[in-house]
Design a protein around this ligand. Structure first.
Ligand code: KIV
Ligand code: ZN
Length: 513
């Protein structure tokens, strides 16, 4: 019998700390439902103390998810832990995850606390958390650069205080596999009460080693891996869930563990997270990249046709790739539409919401005869379905682009309910359109990123545009999709402006003490 490797997904917490990746409560619920469907063991639903919105999102997930443990992060202080404990109260299985930094540089420069004070605070934190649940996890932030003697000391103390999971984060992605495995092995040997807890790792990808370090730690005895869909996360991201899970499964001869993950839900989860956060997946990304199972060269194609395993170590369908499946068409009725959304785990907020979405679906079906799941996901992500929350909205557009002529855009926008006309020229129609928007909005936002992806195949596919905008220290990703990519670009820019308007300040757990 192999041990179980606990898959702890932190897409909704660490993943959400990626610039511009913040999600609304509803978006987080959609991701959480998909994670539950994929049978993730633990969902880190957020950092409840960050803002009221984050608290509500964690609580909403705790109320909804039944099959996975729902966890909230908390710094090692009483208020954070109280917020986390209250937020997870409705969960069928709830966890509080508390942390404090343990490396010399973090203790001295960030926390301004002595090692003794850090141990004392950590032990108190476990006591506060246990008032809410027995399932308490402790993380030593920046363990990857902490002294091993100090780690042994603090871990022994928090285990005695009642922590059930001990997490060893390589917070800054500094470790290399052998060294990290050695740290885990040493901790398992030297911490006297090590056998009372599950050992966990949480690796960042600054040197591109997050997955390798996590897997090396598993070989050394770790039995929980913290990871994210598409490897989303602070800076270069976290270990990618799909890579960890498929490595363990594909190399069952090497790893003494199995996971409970339904791997066929991996690609749908990847697409959903990418669509909601606006972080596209690079085509050559392992497992979930568009080319991960595409055999371009003639030799490979020939080999795969003769015998698939000549070049394939995994089957595309095992991770959820399937040919674009026609799901609905222009004659599909409202009930079929509703049923498919329910199957996709999309919550329909109200009958008005359904009606608006159905009208949009019909418009799309007129332009594009075959509607796929990916089109429906994009359609449901479109915030213009709830116009009351939109300050900026596109009413109509006209673009002109001709060889030898300067491209022009003419837009009619609704700004706070009032109609505005604007026109501009630019180096291309997208540039002209963004200038036309700015001539009305005057936001002064800086455009950090612009990207276009086709949602499905075919020249009638919808283009999905992501723009990343920065203003006054806030960064947001705006998205828009349409069969016309200039219109998709306008929608994405307006979506970004709307998000900047509504973006509340929230605390990053790793910035303050
Ligand atoms: O990277 C890190 O150290 C973290 C902890 C809060 C677990 O995200
Ligand atoms: Zn992290």
């Amino acid at each position: 019998m192999k041990d179980t490797l606990i898959i702890f997904d932190t897409t909704l917490r660490d993943g959400e700390q990626s610039p511009g990746a913040s999600m609304t409560r509803d978006e987080k619920l959609r991701v959480a439902r998909q994670l539950e469907r994929m049978r993730v063991d633990v969902i880190e639903a957020g950092f409840a103390a960050a803002s009221n919105g984050d608290f509500e999102a964690v609580r909403g997930i705790a109320e909804t998810v039944r099959e996975s443990t729902v966890c909230s992060l908390a710094r090692a202080n009483e208020r954070d832990i109280e917020r986390a404990g209250e937020a997870i109260r409705p969960a069928a299985m709830g966890r509080v995850h508390t942390f404090i930094a343990t490396s010399p540089i973090h203790m001295e420069k960030k926390l301004r606390m002595s090692p003794d004070q850090v141990v004392e605070q950590a032990v108190k934190a476990i006591g506060w958390a246990r008032k809410y649940t027995d399932d308490v996890e402790f993380s030593a932030e920046d363990a990857g650069r902490s002294e091993i003697d100090f780690l042994c000391r603090i871990f022994e103390a928090v285990i005695d205080a009642g922590a059930r999971t001990i997490n060893v984060p390589d917070t800054v992605g500094y470790n290399v596999p052998d060294q990290f495995a050695n740290t885990i092995r040493t901790l398992l040997e030297r911490v006297p009460n090590a056998d009372k807890v599950v050992w966990s790792v949480h690796c960042h990808n600054d040197l591109g080693l997050a997955v390798s370090n996590s897997l090396a730690a598993v070989l050394a005895g770790a039995r929980q891996v913290e990871c994210t869909i598409n490897g989303l996360g602070e800076r270069a991201g976290n270990a990618s869930l799909e890579e960890v899970v498929m490595a363990v499964r594909t190399r069952a001869d090497v790893f003494p563990v199995t996971t409970g993950i339904d791997t066929t839900q991996i690609v749908p989860a990847s697409k959903l997270v990418s669509q909601i956060t606006g972080y596209p997946v690079q085509p050559n990304k392992a497992i979930v990249g568009a080319n991960a199972f595409a055999h371009e060269s003639g030799i490979h194609q020939d080999g795969v046709l003769k015998h698939r395993e000549t070049y394939e170590i995994m089957r595309a369908e095992d991770v959820g790739w399937r040919a674009n499946k026609l799901v609905l068409g222009k004659h599909s009725g409202r009930n079929a539409f509703r049923a498919r959304l329910q199957e996709l785990g999309v919550r329909i907020a109200s009958e008005e919401h359904l009606n608006a979405a159905f009208a949009r679906f019909k418009e799309l079906a007129d332009k594009k005869h075959e509607i796929f799941d990916e089109d429906l996901q994009a359609l449901m992500s479109d915030e213009s379905l709830t116009p009351e929350v939109e300050h900026f909205r596109l009413l109509s557009s006209r673009f002109h682009s001709e060889t030898g002529e300067t491209p022009q855009a003419a837009l009619t926008l609704s700004v706070g309910g009032t109609e505005h006309q604007s026109q501009a020229t630019g180096s291309g129609p997208v540039d002209a359109a963004f200038k036309a928007i700015e001539s009305v909005a005057r936001s002064g936002a800086e455009l950090l990123l612009y990207s276009v992806n086709a949602i499905t195949t075919g020249t009638d596919a919808q283009g999905e545009v992501t723009v990343r905008l920065a203003l006054g220290g806030k960064v947001v990703n705006g998205q828009g999709s349409d069969t016309d990519i200039i219109v998709a670009s306008v929608k994405a820019y307006l979506n970004g402006l709307n998000k900047l308007q509504g973006k509340a300040d929230k605390l990053n757990p790793q910035v303050g003490p």
